[in-house]
Structures are given as structure tokens and as C-alpha cells.
Write a new protein. Structure first.
Length: 188
């Protein structure tokens, strides 16, 4: 063997021939790890998105519950208030039924004064609890607040309220009871 052949047969040559296979082995080992890393990153992104959705849903539920609680507080007295409206109506009818000459009579004067004071107190309590009377006479008909019961001939603009048969009321922003009204009709 000559020296050239010896150099070719040296162990360093075998090592150089093995290096590509070692690199291939490292690459083969890295490839599954990269796939696992990619899968974990995708799972992490999905988990982050799920957490964001859950957080948003929690905030929506919290806001909805706060609104429902505020509405419950604001409108808890609605049924009671609706019942009290008939008391106010009857009190008004009682006052309206007393003729003017009896109102001045000393025997009835204190009764009239007492009924009027009771009516004012009832109106004050209504206002304190967010219950307001709906304006009707002379106003254009608003189907969200008024219920037209009859059309009447009038010199007013058609659709204008010319008679109030029963007062309507709002509680805060909601309709408690529509006003029952008569509306001017178009001339024939």
C-alpha cells in the first residue's frame, strides 16, 4: 500500500462519510419535534382564542345581568302602580262628580279639600316613583302612548287628540297605561 492509499483508508475518511448520515439522524430527530412544536403552538392559539371568547361571554352575561337587575329595581312597582292608577282615576271621578255649587257649601268644602289633597299626594308619590302622566289633549296621536277610541268631527288637524277619556301614564321609559283618547277625523 502506498501512502496515498493509506490516506484514503484512514479513519478520518470514514468519519467524513458518516457525517452526512449523522446530520440526517439529527434532522430526522428534529422533524417530529418541529411538528410537535407546531401542534402545541396551534393548541395554544386555540386555547387563547377560547379564553378570549369565554371572557367576552362572561362580560356579556355580567352586563345583561346588571341591566336586568337595574330594570327589576326600576320597574318592580309596575303592577302595584298599575293598580294604583285605578284609585287615582276613581278619586278624579269622585271630584268631578261634585257639582260646583256643592263645592262651595260649607258642609262639603272640607270633603272636597281633603279629596283634592289626597289627589295631589297621590300625584306626588307617582312622580317620586318615576310615574308620569302622558300629555294628550292637543297633541298628535302617538300610538306608542295613546289609544284612539273614537274619531270625532273637529276643526283641529286630523289625528290631533281632542278628548281624553282616560289618562295614560309612563313609568320611567316604559308605558304603564296608554291614554284612551278621541281623535279629530278628516272632514267628509
Amino acid at each position: 500500500m502506498n501512502e496515498d492509499q493509506k490516506e484514503m483508508d484512514t479513519p478520518g475518511m470514514e468519519h467524513e462519510a458518516q457525517e452526512p448520515s449523522a446530520e440526517q439522524g439529527v434532522e430526522d430527530a428534529i422533524h417530529p419535534l418541529e411538528q410537535q412544536l407546531t401542534a402545541i403552538q396551534e393548541e395554544l392559539a386555540t386555547a387563547k382564542q377560547d379564553v378570549l371568547y369565554a371572557h367576552a361571554e362572561t362580560q356579556n352575561v355580567r352586563r345583561r345581568m346588571e341591566k336586568e337587575l337595574a330594570d327589576a329595581r326600576a320597574y318592580a312597582s309596575t303592577a302595584f302602580a298599575r293598580d294604583m292608577l285605578s284609585v287615582a282615576d276613581n278619586l278624579g271621578r269622585a271630584l268631578d262628580s261634585i257639582p260646583a255649587d256643592l263645592r262651595e257649601d260649607e258642609k262639603f268644602k272640607s270633603l272636597v279639600v281633603g279629596l283634592e289633597a289626597t289627589g295631589r299626594e297621590l300625584e306626588s308619590i307617582f312622580r317620586k316613583n318615576g310615574i308620569e302622566r302622558i300629555a294628550a289633549l292637543g297633541m298628535p296621536l302617538d300610538p306608542n302612548q295613546h289609544q284612539a277610541m273614537v274619531e270625532m268631527p273637529s276643526d283641529q288637524e286630523p289625528g290631533t287628540i281632542v278628548q281624553e277619556m282616560q289618562a295614560g301614564y309612563m313609568i320611567k321609559e316604559r308605558l304603564l297605561r296608554p291614554a284612551l283618547v278621541g281623535v279629530a277625523k278628516k272632514p267628509d
